[in-house]
Write a protein that binds this ligand. Structure first.
Ligand code: ANZ
Length: 804
């Protein structure tokens, strides 16, 4: 008989809601903080990709609960965002209403999936109670001199009227365009708030050591931080009182420098360029501003550049070297200038070839038709005669240059300071004021939050400022008796998501947060931090996790949180692809709406299917066949409970399989190997079906507890059906009995010339040689003095000795 998922799922969702079943408890010694990357409540509603990660954390959280932990498993809304802003600009309506509506839809959808979220702890980053603390944290960063206004080269998007973060910019045919809308993006110097994340570069690297994260993510973070130890070498400009510093990790190649090359935007360029070159240099800079950094640095791309007309002297050889500009050098890395060694660097090689600049090998190479980037013997290098080792050579040249006062050691990071301004209405206002003399001061803590104005006039400012610039009464105001001006930029969406895992801890009823600096807050942080398991998409492997770790480390330094790292264990879930393996996207029309699946197959089926598809980390195609299969198995479980009689006496026939399954399921969930854990539950159900009519009650109950992690609605229903009153959510996790796990044995017949001479019990699949040996021992009397001419083993059944 099939069960009605519609009736059952509604019934239990109502029950959980009314009974507040998933309310966070604080009664146990052990705690588990199980976190999802919270969603942006877009107008499109939930996507089938969301439930995959959310079910994974839900299964884990439910197991922890059953194991006697206090569990924190919250959800909230990353609610500021560009779609709401664009909706407001298009319709003139308040983005808050739009966001509120979307949240209602999202919440309903999540509830329909039966997640054990504690909705009392819901937070919304765009709620003033929430962003009050976002603003407070910003103020702490400012006080620690980690926030400042700086002229910085930003990705300016005229079409959207805003600065975009690097990850919001995509590369189309080598040109930068906005990810949303495809508008042109150019690099432009602008005054921006900047957070000095680079001051934490080393801490962010070191902190990775102790974290239980995938190596791939740690590598991504390390590469993003990009620590590089090298030297700054100063080259004197010929006939000018000027020197050009270059950053290099290869001072050992100094004898091979045949030209210097500066980023076109380097401030020194106009001091070096002869007047007649200045126009073409201006044009060149314009063109370079449209390219992405990745494109500029791409080895395979054709190089371009211009001669400045100036020369420098090599500080070791005193050779005269021409100075060029080229966009393959980035202005904001190192010193924005490079000593080019075309013989030993691929990009320099290409450039030198194109502009017929000299190429001088300083390391022996068999093939001089391309750059040699390996290690070998140094040649043409006076200081390095007979030196073979690269690090030794680097040290010799570095010491010499430092002695000549022409160099200093330098550690560089690829990591840049974090551009923290967006020209948007719908973000956190900066909690500062500009006084009439242009100075910045912080708004009093007691005056936080600084709220966004209520307005029905949200229009582009046409000045490159945010729509807030139009609202004169908000921008130009009085503060403490003085005329002041507010910042019209707002914070990026990353700000709210930097600390939301702390916000849940501070929240007892939705959006009511206690003071983050209170003693109560500290006690709660001590209880719950760090997050024990964090699951989310790979797309956040770098920025969100780096930004959140940065804020957390600052909060740790000022004594607000008691642990140095926020997320102890991290897993990236894979994507759910369309059935043909393509990415699901609105434009391709291949998006699957979870609501429809819940309607047709039930939430339990969707949950089970998404975790059974394959390993959590893998990206796998959607399959309706697989979905149907999941549903059929749930029906089989339902029939099992319906058909069999539960008895209180254990006839022991299921002892091994039950205990084995409990052990494996427990370990597999611990390792987040959900698909194989489900297979184990299937093994158990098969065994029950083979067993006959009477089944030991305890085994079925314990099975249901394990099953309830994946399929909570139907599990509650069956739990009730077999006579339980309380929710299965509060049932205890099964423990397995080790003594019942003696491995299965096979009874093997021992024959001599086909005649049975004895039997032996051995572990199933015992090595045939061992089988023969043990058998010989047992029936040795039959073999004594005989010659064995053949030994035949039928695995797990027979061993036959043919004798003469
Ligand atoms: C001379 C040289 C010889 C270099 C050689 C490499 C190989 P990482 O490890 O990434 O730090 N470089 C320095 N600043 C640059 C900039 N702003 N834009 C583009 N390239 C830049 O790389 C350091 C190396 O990258 C430096 O060492 C410099 O080239 C280049 F056989 O100097 B090297």
């Amino acid at each position: 008989m099939e069960y009605s998922h519609k009736l059952i799922e509604k019934k239990w969702q109502k029950f959980w809601d009314e009974k507040n079943t998933f309310k966070t408890t604080d009664v146990n010694e052990k705690k588990a903080y199980i976190l999802d990357m919270f969603p942006y409540p877009s107008g499109a509603g939930l996507h089938v990709g969301h439930p995959k990660g959310y079910t994974a954390t839900d299964v884990f959280a439910r197991m922890r609960k059953a194991q006697g932990y206090d569990v924190l498993h919250p959800i909230g809304w990353d609610a500021f965002g560009l779609p709401a802003e664009q909706y407001a600009l298009k319709t003139g309506n308040d983005p808050r209403e739009f966001t509120e509506k979307n949240i209602i839809v999202f919440r309903e959808q999540l509830k329909k999936l039966g997640f054990s979220f504690d909705y009392n702890k819901e937070v919304n980053t765009s709620n003033p109670n929430y962003y009050k603390i976002t603003q407070w944290i910003f103020q702490q960063l400012y006080k620690k001199n980690l926030a400042e206004v700086r002229e910085a080269n930003v990705n300016w998007c005229e079409g959207l009227g805003t600065v975009l973060a690097n990850e919001e910019v995509i590369n189309v045919d080598g040109k930068m365009v906005s990810d949303i809308g495809g508008f042109e993006v150019v690099k432009k110097p602008m005054k921006q708030w900047v957070l000095k994340i680079t001051h934490y570069a080393d801490r962010l690297l070191e902190g990775l050591e102790g974290l239980d994260w995938p190596n791939s993510v740690k590598e991504l973070q390390k590469n993003w931080i990009g620590k590089s130890e090298g030297l700054i070498i100063k080259f004197d400009v010929l006939d000018k009182e000027l020197e050009i510093p270059v950053f290099t990790t290869r001072p050992d190649t100094i004898y091979g420098v045949t030209y210097l090359v500066l980023a076109p935007e380097n401030k020194l360029v106009f001091k070096l360029a002869k007047d007649e070159y200045k126009n073409s240099i201006e044009n060149y800079i314009q063109e370079a501003s449209k390219k992405t950094d990745i494109d500029r640095q791409d080895d395979s791309k054709e190089k371009s550049g211009l001669f400045t007309g100036s020369y420098v002297l090599n500080p070791i050889t005193n050779e005269k070297i021409p100075v060029w500009i080229s966009d393959y050098v980035l202005n904001d890395y190192g010193t924005g200038a490079v000593m080019a060694v075309p013989a030993h660097d691929g990009r320099d090689w290409k450039f030198a070839q194109k502009y017929e600049l000299p190429i001088k090998f300083v390391l022996k190479s068999k093939d001089i038709s391309k750059a040699f980037v390996g290690e070998s013997e140094y040649i043409n290098s006076e200081l390095l005669i007979s030196v073979k080792n690269k690090s030794e050579a680097i040290k010799i040249v570095a010491d010499k240059l430092i002695e000549l006062n022409k160099a200093e050691h330098k550690i560089n990071y690829k990591l840049r300071d974090w551009l923290f301004s967006r020209q948007r209405f719908y973000g956190e206002p900066f909690p500062i004021i500009f006084t009439s003399d242009g100075n910045i001061s912080l708004i009093d803590e007691n005056d936080l939050p600084l709220e966004l104005p209520k307005t029905d006039y949200i229009k582009p400012s046409n000045s490159g400022e945010s729509p807030l610039a139009n609202i004169d009464s908000w921008v130009n105001t009085m503060y403490k008796g003085n005329k002041v001006k507010r910042e019209t930029n707002t914070m990026p969406q990353w700000a709210g998501s930097c600390w939301y895992y702390l916000a849940y801890i501070l929240t007892k009823t939705p959006n009511n947060l206690i003071d983050i600096t209170s003693e109560e807050a500290m006690n709660l942080f001590k209880k719950w931090l760090p997050v024990d398991l964090y699951i989310g998409g790979q797309e956040h492997a770098v920025l969100h996790l780096l930004y959140a770790r940065f804020w957390h480390q600052v909060l740790f330094d000022i004594g607000v949180v008691p642990v140095p790292e926020p997320f102890q264990r991290l897993i990236n879930q894979g994507m759910i692809l369309a059935d043909n393996g393509e990415k699901m996207s609105k434009s391709k029309g291949n998006v699957i709406n979870p609501d429809e699946i819940i309607e047709s197959h039930g939430a339990d089926t969707l949950r089970l299917y998404e975790l059974f598809m394959g390993p959590l980390e893998a990206s796998l195609p959607w399959s309706y066949k697989g979905l149907d299969g999941a549903r059929k198995w749930i029906d089989r479980v339902y029939r099992m409970i319906d058909n069999y009689e539960l008895v209180n006496d254990n006839n022991s026939s299921l002892d091994f399989v039950f205990n084995d399954v409990v052990m494996k399921v427990t370990n597999m969930i611990e390792d987040c190997k959900f698909n194989t854990a489900i297979s184990q539950l299937m093994v158990f159900v098969n065994a029950v079906y083979k067993e006959g009519q009477k089944i030991f009650r305890k085994y079925i109950e314990d099975f249901l507890v394990m099953f309830s992690l994946f399929c909570p609605h139907i599990a509650e229903e069956l739990w009730e059906k077999i006579g339980n009153k309380a929710s299965i959510y509060n049932a205890k996790w099964p423990v397995f009995d080790k003594t019942k796990l003696v491995v299965n044995v096979a009874t093997i017949a021992i024959q001599v010339n086909g005649k049975l001479r004895g039997t032996i019990e051995l572990e199933i699949d015992t090595n045939p040689d061992l089988v023969k040996e043990s058998a010989k021992q047992l029936i040795s009397s039959y073999l004594e003095g005989k010659e064995i001419i053949k030994e035949i083993v039928v695995p797990n059944k027979i061993v036959n000795f043919v004798i003469k």
